[in-house]
Design a protein around this ligand. Structure first.
Ligand code: GUN
Length: 304
């Protein structure tokens, strides 16, 4: 779908429908091949939001014909114990993707745990090897983090595949979203600015953008005066707020109702970027299984 450069009200980019389409493609690719991708999802503790995410990831993996392993560990699991679990998964040939749900309890060093994952099974794309490949523009054979990948798919559905020369502003500089999405936009020949908590007058930079990616975790930070008429706005934020009537509500980092009057296209929250993350996780895991099969065929001398 190509959106016009400006329109009276923004086109909604339906992440739910697009993710279902991608998941259906993954499911049919698995059904028509002899490969059974294996995904291990590790959860330490019982944080309610993390538990829901992990259950959804495992359920969607099963729906797509994957072998799904869910490892639930108690909240007092030690760092050494967790790294031992990861080592076992690293050497299990039926596991092609390993995801350790973040955040981890404070007594565990997150960096050490991520570095313990075999980079060839790091379907989250958080290991230094994968982050480094993306940073130097060598993303062939690297795993790219799932949410940034989902953002790029939605963006291309809205604008078309050629993003060259567009001015993109990323609001937020996290390792999980802001930095990798900026690297992906740069790889597509966008001019990229990152604005963050120390940026002076971020709205004046954002106002020049053709593409706005909001990934900062501040409810409704991006208002209509941040957004140029005709811009495409992708909202990665998922924030729980209490509305005027005292009800709990999920909102993004973008003030959706006012920005939709200005933008050409916008993602809703929920139903925008969120559902894309699982689809991209399963796509990375399928890719990992295919690469493993190709490596095995190469080392045995048979055609892949
Ligand atoms: N916690 C929130 N988002 C993510 C994610 O994409 N991957 C992992 N492993 N944990 C998360």
């Amino acid at each position: 779908m190509t959106v016009p450069s400006s329109s009276p009200e923004a086109t909604l980019i339906d992440g739910r429908a697009i993710s279902e389409e991608i998941l259906a493609g993954i499911k049919s690719a698995v059904e028509s091949s002899s490969i059974i991708p294996g995904l291990a999802v590790v959860l330490v503790g019982s944080d309610p939001a993390s538990s829901v995410y992990v259950r959804n990831k495992s359920a969607r993996a099963k729906d797509c014909g994957f072998q799904s392993y869910q490892v639930n560990l108690p909240p007092d699991t030690g760092e050494y114990e967790l790294i031992s679990v990861i080592s076992e998964l690293n050497s299990d040939a039926s596991v092609h993707g390993i995801l350790v749900q973040l955040p981890l309890p404070p007594h565990i060093d997150q960096k050490k745990v991520i570095e313990a994952i075999d980079p060839e099974k790091d379907v989250d794309g958080f290991h230094y090897v994968n982050a480094g490949k993306l940073a130097v523009g060598d993303s062939d054979g690297a795993f790219i983090p799932c949410t940034p990948l989902g953002v790029m798919v939605l963006l291309k559905r809205a604008i078309g595949s050629n993003l060259s020369g567009k001015h993109a502003v990323v609001v937020g500089r996290s390792n999980i979203v802001g930095k990798p999405v900026a690297a992906l936009l740069l790889a597509e020949n966008c001019s990229v600015s990152i604005v963050h908590s120390k940026t002076i007058a971020p709205e004046s930079i954002c106002r020049h953008a053709d593409i706005v990616i909001a990934a900062v975790g501040v409810p409704r930070l991006v208002t209509a005066d941040w957004v140029k008429a005709g811009a495409v706005v992708i909202d990665v934020g998922i924030n729980r707020v209490i509305d005027d009537s005292g009800k709990s509500q999920l909102v993004g980092d973008v003030d959706f109702e006012c920005v939709r009057q200005t933008a050409a296209a916008i993602t809703p929250v929920p139903g925008g970027v969120g559902p894309m993350t699982i689809a991209m996780l399963l796509r990375n895991t399928l890719d990992s299984a295919i690469r493993t099969g190709a490596r095995a065929a190469q080392s045995s001398g048979s055609p892949s």
